[in-house]
Design a protein around this ligand. Structure first.
Ligand code: F6R
Length: 270
């Protein structure tokens, strides 16, 4: 079963992620972290940064791979995921920027028309993840339409990293980062595929607020379907879904998830 942990708030969720990842880095100093942008992981990155500082954990060898990037934005654009990952993860944690990769890095704003360059970027990214030994822990947010990374409904559950067209809903949701102007939100992206995500050894999906309740219901208790890309987590042997009460509000087996977590042996971790 996918483990569902229902928490009070984002801080509690962040603490659970932070502890798990800090322990991982202590055991494996060159751990490979899968990184996401968006609002859901922010408290988790802050919690991890605090533990790293308080416990003087050496993160100089930690490596990172982001999930996705907009197409057509130069790397230095403040809303490029390259900039966002550096601002929200690399700097607060004190990671070596050379060891943290974002799928659009080799494209650096190349236009969609530059097919030769763009078509090669996805497979090259998947090869780089494999060469690093694979991702140890992949943090994920979820879109209101069930997307993970930028894999919109209908994405192949076996997909690798590639170019995708963003759904209108995702552009509406993300307009808040672009002066509330949907016209500024790029129409295309490059994203790790669902198949790529499923290769990570541990998946941790975070979701907060009632706006995510329907997507969480489909993810956890619906059938596995490309129309809810996050439902692919049901196929993963080690997936942890950490959500608040509002995001959990439509789940039928909430009581069982609570009971199972409360009775989990501490040595299991998450
Ligand atoms: C971001 C990403 C997206 C977001 C999702 C939720 O790298 O991969 O799938 O995780 O759109 O976004 P927030 O967390 O802002 O609600």
């Amino acid at each position: 079963m996918t483990e569902v942990i229902i928490v009070k708030n984002q801080e509690e969720a962040g603490q659970i992620y932070g502890r798990a990842v800090a322990d991982l880095i202590k055991a494996k100093p060159d751990a490979v972290l899968g990184l996401a942008t968006g609002s859901s992981p922010l408290a988790a990155y802050q919690a991890l940064a605090k533990i790293v500082k308080d416990e003087s954990i050496d993160v100089s060898q930690v490596r990172g791979f982001a999930l996705d990037e907009y197409l057509g934005l130069p790397l230095e654009h403040p809303q490029s995921y390259h900039s966002t990952i550096h601002r929200t993860v690399v700097e607060p944690l004190g990671l070596d920027p050379e060891k943290v990769h974002v799928p659009g890095d080799i494209l650096n704003g190349a236009p969609l028309e530059d097919g030769d360059k763009i078509a090669l970027a996805g497979p090259a990214y998947d090869r780089a993840i494999e060469a690093a030994g694979g991702i140890d822990v992949q943090i994920l947010g979820i879109g209101t339409d069930g997307h993970i990374g930028f894999n919109e409904p209908g994405s192949s559950l076996a997909s690798g990293t590639r170019v995708k067209t963003l759904a209108e809903q995702t552009r509406i949701d993300n307009a808040r980062f672009f002066d509330d102007d949907i016209n500024q939100v790029p129409t295309h992206c490059i994203t790790q595929g669902i198949g790529t995500v499923l290769k990570a050894r541990h998946l941790v999906l975070l979701a907060f607020g009632s706006g995510k309740a329907e997507a969480i219901e489909e993810t956890v208790e619906g059938g596995v379907s490309a129309f809810c890309p996050a439902s692919a987590l049901q196929l993963h042997p080690h997936a942890t879904i950490i959500i608040d009460e509002e995001a959990a509000s439509r789940l039928r087996h909430k009581d069982y998830y609570r009971y199972a977590f409360a009775h989990k042996p501490a040595w299991q971790g998450i």
